[in-house]
Design a protein around this ligand. Structure first.
Ligand SMILES: NC(=O)c1ccc[n+]([C@@H]2O[C@H](COP(=O)([O-])OP(=O)(O)OC[C@H]3O[C@@H](n4cnc5c(N)ncnc54)[C@H](O)[C@@H]3O)[C@@H](O)[C@H]2O)c1
Length: 419
């Protein structure tokens, strides 16, 4: 079996982390038990490009329990947990290609190693596998049943491919599931991004001015966590509805160039490029902290910052200090502008990844069964699967809810009753 990990000797630590994560993934465990009995993925090769974390390891075990053969590479050069990767290769015998800190060439060599495995299903976080299959590796597409996509940015890329009529197999947008983006993007990114900032800097959040760029699912999670820790939160947006929502949620909203002069800590969560650029860097206070938790490392324009700087040094792990030529102010960039929650912390807590990966497991089962009948478009997660995951999660939390009476069902589906 081929694999490329940092050090197989780390496998023991990795196995313990995987076991720890499993304790907070009860929904995935139920799916794994059923997969073990029913083997819905028997004989199917799945190529996965995901953050290689302890939660992902639990998903890999689930897919294997369903009868799939899986191969895994990292969906970001800085998001791999090397001990988990070692355990996946050594204990679970999964061909895994991921090393934390890998350069761009190695990242793509690893991605190609997964495609060499000749998957019939892809499981992406950011659409890099699908993108490679639609360009350099297009000869393989005839074998494909379909794919699944984890994140907002990946879904945007896939919808753009589909809109141009160029998507060559069906893909399920796992991110569209309510049990994914309401929880993973909001509570997961909210908590783990703050965790990444704290681990990298040990700054006090209370009393700081904390600028959140983008008030989508991720942004509202980060903003509410920062506010909960005592920060004065400023939101920047380009969408008037989202901006209005941020105003009514109690935040100050203003353009980034104005916020730049006030902020102590900045985080981008937009999925957009060059959100923090020259005009903002020129206004920032000495010692400002800048990071990103959106999918790609393009949200903070680091090329421009480098051009403006006379000196760059690593002052702490995951902290690069840029000294600006003009005035000698220092701007600190965390995690090389890559997802701070995965670069400097451990990504989302298992409790939320339980639902995200339950969606991934059920989406791959759905695709294995129906892939051949589906059109070559991006599908949302089937609503009944989304509901089922919410039901199972509530059950695992010991929370019971009411059910509609026959009379209420009738009332809610009729038009006759009025004033
Ligand atoms: N860190 C993580 O673990 C993690 C988890 C989930 C999603 N993501 C990624 O985070 C990003 C955001 O995801 P989301 O689900 O919140 O998306 P979303 O579409 O719900 O929100 C993005 C928001 O950013 C705003 N925006 C766009 N350009 C902007 C700009 N120049 N300035 C200010 N605001 C701008 C949009 O109007 C939108 O409201 C995506 O790249 C997604 O893939 C990361």
């Amino acid at each position: 079996m081929k694999y490329d990990v940092k050090d197989l000797g780390l496998a023991r630590e990795g196995a313990l982390r995987i076991e720890w994560a499993a304790r907070n993934m009860p929904v995935l465990r139920l799916i794994r038990d059923r997969f073990q009995r029913q083997r819905p993925l028997r004989g199917i090769r799945i190529g996965c490009c995901l953050h290689v974390t302890s939660e992902t390891a639990n998903l890999m075990e689930t897919l294997k329990a369903g009868g799939a053969a899986v191969s895994l590479c990292a969906s970001n050069p800085l998001s791999t947990q090397d001990d988990v990767a070692a355990s996946l290769a050594k204990d679970l015998k999964i061909p895994v290609f991921a090393i934390k800190g890998e350069d761009t060439k190695t990242y793509y060599d690893h991605l190609n190693a997964v495609l060499d495995f000749k998957p019939r299903l892809t499981m992406d976080d950011g659409a890099d596998l699908v993108s490679a299959l639609h360009s350099a590796r297009s000869a393989q597409i005839k074998h494909m049943l379909g794919g699944t996509e984890e994140t907002t940015t990946g879904v945007i890329r896939l919808r753009s491919l589909a809109d141009q009529g160029k998507l060559l197999f069906p893909v399920i947008a796992v991110n569209d599931a309510c049990t994914k983006h309401y929880f993973d993007n909001r509570y997961g990114t909210g908590q783990s991004s703050i965790d990444g900032i704290l681990r990298a800097t040990n700054m006090l959040i209370a009393g700081s001015t904390f600028v959140v760029c983008g008030y989508g699912q991720c942004g509202r999670g980060v903003a509410s966590r920062a506010q909960g820790m005592g920060a004065h939160v400023i939101v920047t947006e380009v969408d008037p509805l989202k901006a209005l929502e941020a105003v009514m949620d109690g935040y100050r909203v203003m353009p980034i160039v104005k916020a730049a002069a006030e902020g102590d800590i900045f985080i981008t969560v937009t999925g957009d490029a060059a959100v923090i650029d020259q005009a903002a860097f020129e206004k920032m206070k000495d010692g400002a902290i800048v990071c990103n938790s959106g999918h790609f490392d393009v949200e903070v324009n680091l090329q421009t910052l480098r051009r403006l700087a006379s000196k760059v040094r690593r002052i702490r792990p995951f902290v690069q200090e840029y000294t600006l030529r003009a005035g000698g102010r220092k701007i600190n960039v965390l995690g090389e502008g890559r997802l701070i929650n995965l670069a400097a912390a451990e990504g989302h807590p298992s409790m939320v990844m339980d639902m995200s990966f339950a969606n991934q497991a059920l989406a791959s089962e759905f695709m294995a069964e129906h892939g051949r009948e589906l059109e070559k478009i991006v599908y949302s997660m089937p609503a009944e699967l989304d509901q089922e995951i919410a039901r199972l999660k509530l059950k695992s939390l010991g929370v019971r809810i009411d059910t509609l009476t026959a009379e209420q069902k009738k009332y809610l589906t009729s038009w006759e009753a009025g004033t």
